[in-house]
Design a protein around this ligand. Structure first.
Ligand code: ARG
Length: 491
């Protein structure tokens, strides 16, 4: 093998070139996802080496200029290599000569790759968290518009009690708000720098780990050098936060698919698809795909944990397979959240059909039982009377007929008329879905005042989270500007 041989890399020389297993060993193709991250890590490390007097300023300048050149040429132009770290180092040495090899002083690919994947995952988690905010805004806006739109509420997919579209949508806003929190929690634990941990056992060079962390915009360090090189719990946490969000989204998607099947909501054409053969069809495909993403996300979370389970300290090559698919799933889940936001924001709720279905299946029964109990009857007796009446009440019965049937059941069970407890007008009112909803004004309940209060709390939560996310985003932008400015002082 000669110096010109393109299969020779900075680290491999003529041994360990991989032979027939070369493709299997290499992560270079998948490493496109961390090409930018690796350049940033190389730059921050080189600046720190110069500042610490480990590498001359002039050599640092040559290395940094070579990195600019490598970046401009792109990932596709990299020489062959086991991974992007090795390929970029080879490309730098090709440009600078042997002094280019000083870039890898006081580090290992183990702390290097751990830094790169944290750097990249931060972006993905932040983007996913931003998408949850877009969805929460859409849910809150439509909840506001339909705060008084009565609809059937279900348990076991059977009509249970009337509620409102506003109350229903805010139930998802609450769930997605916790998904935002989980993503932010995962972000904050990802946002710590392992750089300077070297292979796992530290380095004799006087490195300034705080400085590289600062240049890369990390909020702190993974202090123990063995932990720094080995830890991937942040990947598991990111993947599970994404899987949990995807699971929440799948429930929302399923509901909207069922509601559109019942004619309660119509998706905008932009979020629907048609059949290639049946011209009359309008299918909720975007929501079905949203529901489907959860399957992949759960698989990803399980796969990540399975890969990590039982790995001994410190570095093992299994880790090379751990991250690329987490970046991908974070991206898919972000997209699903954005699509769900668009579908929610543009859907049309069938206000009249919802109102007429709201009382179906004697869904006001609980309200009638509550009324009897309010009038002094033991709740259990009231429950028994209303249950007996329910067997004879049809969806077509008007309030007077239904009230008479409840009274008849009361006479059979207790031997006395309901008038001992409540008036027939009150029973008729309790049978009305709008009245039923308005009566349930407990904290967090569906009554319009309760929904208005909940909406204000949701909006305040959205504003707070928006501030938190934009602070994280601004910190990343500031760090990358700072690194660029430092680099400019050398080249
Ligand atoms: N491409 C490798 C990875 O992603 C880099 C680390 C290689 N380190 C080693 N000790 N072989 O894990």
């Amino acid at each position: 093998m000669t110096d010109e041989d393109t299969s020779e890399t900075a680290v491999r020389r003529d041994r360990f070139s991989g032979g027939p297993a070369r493709e299997f060993l290499s992560s270079l193709a998948a490493d496109t996802a961390i090409f930018e991250a690796d350049l940033a890590v190389d730059r921050a490390h080189t600046v720190m080496l110069a500042e610490q007097g480990i590498v001359d300023d002039a050599v640092a300048g040559e290395i940094l200029a070579a990195l600019d050149d490598v970046e401009a040429a792109g990932h596709g132009a990299l020489p062959d290599g086991e991974d992007v770290h090795e390929a970029i180092e080879t490309a730098v040495i090709d440009r600078v000569g042997p002094d280019g090899g000083r870039m890898h002083t006081a580090r290992s690919r183990n702390d290097e790759v751990a830094t790169c994947i944290r750097y990249r995952l931060r972006e993905d988690l932040l983007a996913a968290a931003e998408a949850t905010l877009t969805l929460r805004e859409a849910l809150a806006a439509v909840a506001d518009e339909h705060a008084e739109t009565v609809m059937p509420g279900y348990t076991h997919l059977q009509p249970a009690q009337p509620t409102t579209v506003g109350h229903y949508l805010l139930s998802y806003e609450g769930g997605i708000a916790r998904d935002t929190e989980r993503l932010l929690g995962a972000y904050d634990r990802t946002d710590r720098s392992p750089l300077g941990g070297a292979a796992f056992a530290g380095t004799p060079f006087d490195v300034d780990r705080e400085r590289t962390a600062e240049l890369l915009g990390f909020d702190g360090l993974v202090r123990n050098s063995m932990d720094a090189a080995s830890a991937r719990d942040f990947l598991a946490e990111g993947a599970t936060a994404c899987a949990t969000l995807a699971t929440t989204l799948s429930g929302l998607a399923e509901d909207l698919i069922v509601f559109s099947n019942k004619g309660f909501v119509e998706l905008s054409d932009d979020y629907s698809s048609t059949s290639s053969i049946m011209p009359q069809k309008k299918n909720p495909d975007t929501l079905e795909l949203t529901r489907g993403v959860a399957g992949d996300a759960i698989g990803e979370a399980t796969g990540t944990l399975s890969l990590l389970k039982g790995l001994p300290r410190a570095y093992n090559r299994d880790l090379q397979r751990a991250h690329a698919s987490v970046f991908e799933i974070a991206d898919d889940v972000r997209e699903a959240a954005e699509v769900a936001a668009g579908a929610v924001a543009t859907a049309d709720w069938a206000v009249e059909d919802l109102a007429s279905a709201a009382g179906d299946g004697f869904s006001t029964a609980t309200g009638v039982a509550d009324l009897l109990a309010t009038g002094g009857m033991p709740f259990r007796t009231a429950h028994e009377i209303v249950a007996a009446a329910a067997e004879g009440i049809d969806d077509d019965d008007g309030p007077a007929t239904a009230a008479a049937k409840v009274d008849e059941a009361a006479r059979e069970i207790t031997g006395e008329s309901l008038s001992a407890y409540v008036s027939s007008e009150e029973v008729e009112a309790a049978l009305d879905p709008v009245h039923s909803v308005a009566s349930r004004d407990s904290l967090g309940g569906p009554a319009p005042e309760a929904v208005a209060e909940a909406l204000a709390a949701s909006e305040a939560g959205i504003d707070d989270d928006a501030d938190t996310l934009s602070a994280r985003r601004a910190a990343l932008v500031a760090a990358s500007d700072r690194l660029e400015a430092e680099v400019a002082t050398y080249v």
